[in-house]
Design a protein around this ligand. Sequence first.
Ligand code: KG4
Ligand code: ZN
Length: 379
Amino acid sequence: MEAAYDDMSRQAIEQADAGTIFVLGVESSCDETAASVVARDTDGTVRVLSSIIASQHKAHAPYGGVVPEIAARAHMQKIEGLIADAMTQAEMDYAGLNAVAATAGPGLIGGVITGLMVAKGLSLSLNVPLIGVNHLEGHALSPRLSEPCDFPYLLLLVSGGHTQLLSVKGLGDYERLGSTVDDAAGEAFDKTAKIMSLGFPGGPALERTAKAGDPNAIKLPRPFVGKPHADFSFAGLKTASRRAFDAFENPSEQNKADLAASFQLAVTDVIIDRTRNAMGQFQSQDEEKRLVVAGGVAANSSIRAGLEALCVDEGFQLFAPPLKYCTDNAAMIALAGAERFAQGQIDQLDVKARPRWPLDDESASVRPASGSGRKGPKS
Ligand code: KG4
Ligand code: ZN
């Protein structure tokens, strides 16, 4: 079977050289089940033909966080229907696909296995190559879904599972400049919102609450601010917020708003300070320097405004893709698959699902002191 798969793959890659390639992408690494079809022309132009996302937020809300077993079951229930819908919306025949790409990690392993197994089945039955995509590579390439964005660029990835600053030099060429040593930024938002019973997911709820608050009302720490490196830490800030909340005897709506606003400003200050340091480390031959922000936390208007001002200060151009491509989606997985496929990089059918999979193997191994967010699922 392996030899037949290799022959088929070689032919598929040769044929694809001649024209546009169509890739189905599947994403199931956390609490979003998603499927998408992306077309990539030979000149590298990308078109998203469909991108469908089924969020599991409602299923996890009663628990105030993502429950892995619930997530895996929900992926299993939804995935096939979503793939069919993505194909229909793209007006594609399965026979028109050149490859199938699925997230192979990092993430909650039950979910990753579900998506990857379905993709393997499709690859086998359609006789097209399979690409096991690193979810972080999907995020790293995501700005290219909405507009051309040349390499190299500095990437700030801030989501519920990751907080990293990466120099993206080319496909498969990433250097981590900084990452969180404890919680991811979104995780800190979610946990702080939970302390105040603001609802799940906590980030958007906390931002709404903060609107009525005074960001200078409560003094909170800014971990690592002023330090020369580009790593992040949020655990101390979360603990300080809990203490501040516990100090209110009967927290009023105004108390909550003040704490939310103070917390949001502290996170913004940390992110801006760390990104400024990474900008100093980032090396680009280009005259034009680019900062890309991705991940769900990029939706936060205080953080966006801070990044805009920082880019003006430091002479960077800011790329903030539309939110639908910032948060978890399958279009970014299809795109990463298409880019890999265009370079002849495909996987064997025994490619493994990986709970942990750093994007930059090299710098991850020389910088073991740094974590990369939520310990476990998405680091
Ligand atoms: O990228 P994403 O959809 O999924 C992960 O890969 O984690 O990011 C979700 C995270 C959650 O922690 C959520 O609370 C946070 O992004 N988030 C926000 C906002 N919208 C989403 N955090 C702060 N402010 C927001 N407006
Ligand atoms: Zn993600």
